[in-house]
Design a protein around this ligand. Structure first.
Ligand code: NDP
Ligand code: 2IT
Length: 449
């Protein structure tokens, strides 16, 4: 048994009740074997045993009062995973499915993603099982205030800097920031994704979606291909999906699908981003509303998906952008995409593909950009927001966007070069995992036990 296999066996025994955490670790550890075998220093320093265990996992109770005056109780978490190369950094997720296993998978991925950006940020993730759906603005505000009333003591601009994720956008960050400032009296960059009125960065809202497209462009440029004029499928209809569609349209590609948890839109004329923003960012409505507003759009509810599989993946396309959630794309979906001629997959969501779907993509030799590389534009731009806050500067949109684009191109170049260095050219899963790991592991060794 290799070192990585031994560590994996132990984790499987200890955390059998956290399947998505085990899945994320397995994908990383499988890719690391070449570097672990080349250099015994990682095993000697027990790096795998250490890097898979969070430095600190905070769990707390969140009590708040709903509009009827009833007391509600949720669970809040912050997993401070690794601070070897910078302050903890990562999003907060508000979704009823949130539990420590999901946050550990997300926090673990974040370590390597943040390392790949080339910026000084450690890995973290947090959130709550609070469900924002159907809640009033004031209920969301009271929840966010209650959540921050505990979280504030664990974070700070050089300690831990949370941001958005599923269910957390500008509104929630505003309420969280207000409460932090009320309690501490500090006006400082303790959260990213803030409103432009109080320290937010231009282009942060767009960054993850734009970054995924920049990453796809970088992969394709290396293959003398381009997205211009090509049909693309996008899943999700939230922050990442919306700005992925917007950038695709800007560069002359055509996004033809989006979906939410209730159904999907197929519009052969191309997604109308203005309407999508109105429906999702302003009205916070279901995609049935989009179909009402755009006559050329065809809506399929989840109940009518063939074999219960997301119908997005059976729409023929040149490129696919999974931007909704983990494990939204399985082996059968990957096979359907490949059979229909898909040549590029760039992941906007975190771990959207199951392990066997990843295997299909890598085996096929198409341009496949794994999440921790392809969606790093969001957190990278968060770090640019931290930089602006720390120096009291405000950069214009084009400055931030140009930096974002360069960062995505550098991530691609680094992952591609590392894959070649370790004998598997084109395998960006291996390249991203080894490149992200090497920097953090070497920093941990240099800092001692
Ligand atoms: P949002 O909350 O803005 O949007 C999530 C979207 O995905 C919603 O449209 C939601 O639909 C949909 N969705 C969620 N679960 C499912 C499901 N099971 N099936 C179909 N659709 C689903 O979140 P984000 O756009 O911010 O995040 C999307 C993904 O991107 C996540 O994996 C997140 O971790 C990742 N990510 C986000 C970054 C960011 O900067 N925001 C950065 C890097 C990664 P509904 O509204 O019906 O629930
Ligand atoms: O998964 C992610 O990278 C995010 N949700 C963004 C994290 C951040 O700190 O901007």
């Amino acid at each position: 048994m290799t070192y990585a296999e031994k560590v994996m066996e132990n984790l499987k025994e200890k955390y059998s009740y956290q399947p998505v955490f085990l899945q994320a670790v397995q994908e990383v550890l499988q890719s690391l074997t070449p570097i672990l075998e080349k250099n015994g220093i990682y095993e000697k320093n027990r790096i795998l045993e250490r890097i898979t265990e969070p430095e600190r996992a905070i769990s707390f109770r969140v009590d708040w009062v709903d509009d009827k005056g009833e007391i509600q109780v949720n669970r809040g978490y912050r997993i401070q995973y690794n601070s070897a190369i910078g302050p903890y950094k990562g999003g907060l997720r508000l979704h009823p499915s949130v539990n420590p296993g999901i946050l550990k998978f997300l926090g673990f991925e974040q370590i390597f993603k943040n390392s790949l950006t080339g910026l000084p940020i450690g890995g973290a993730k947090g959130g709550s099982d609070f469900d924002p759906k159907g809640k009033s603005d004031m209920e969301v505000m009271r929840f966010c205030q209650a959540f921050m009333t505990e979280l504030y003591r664990h974070i700070g601009p050089t300690i831990d800097v949370p941001a958005g994720d599923i269910g957390v956008g500008g509104r929630e960050i505003g309420y969280l920031y207000g409460q932090y400032k009320r309690i501490t009296t500090r006006y400082e960059g303790v959260l990213t994704g803030k409103n432009l009125l109080f320290g937010g960065s231009l282009a942060r809202t767009e960054a993850t979606g734009f970054g995924v497209v920049y990453f796809a462009q970088a992969m394709l440029a290396d293959r003398k291909e381009t997205l211009a004029g090509k049909d693309c499928v996008v899943s999700g209809a939230g922050n990442v999906a919306i700005y992925c569609c917007q950038k695709l349209l800007e560069i002359g590609a055509k996004p033809v699908t989006v979906c939410d948890s209730r159904g999907m839109i197929h519009d052969p004329n191309g997604i109308n981003v203005k309407v999508l923003k109105q429906v999702k960012e302003v009205e916070r409505a279901s995609l049935t509303r989009y179909a009402e507003l755009v006559p050329s759009a065809h809506y399929t509810p989840v109940a009518d998906y063939p074999n219960g599989r997301n119908a997005v993946w059976s729409v023929p396309c040149f490129a696919a952008f999974p931007c909704a959630t983990q494990n939204e794309l399985n082996k059968a979906d990957a096979e359907a995409l490949l059979a229909n001629g898909c040549k590029c997959v760039a992941e906007g969501a975190n771990m959207p593909s199951t392990l066997d779907a990843v295997h299909e993509f890598v085996k096929s030799g198409i341009a496949y950009g794994p999440a921790k590389a392809a969606n790093a534009g969001g957190v990278a731009t968060s770090q640019l927001e931290m930089e602006q806050n720390a120096s009291m500067q405000i950069w214009d949109f084009d400055t931030v966007d140009a930096k974002l684009k360069r960062i995505m191109e550098n991530i691609y170049a680094n992952a591609a070069a590392t894959a070649t260095e370790f004998g598997q050219p084109g395998n960006l899963v291996m390249g991203a995992n080894i490149a992200g790991f090497r920097k953090v592991a070497d920093a941990m060794i240099a800092q001692g036990v």
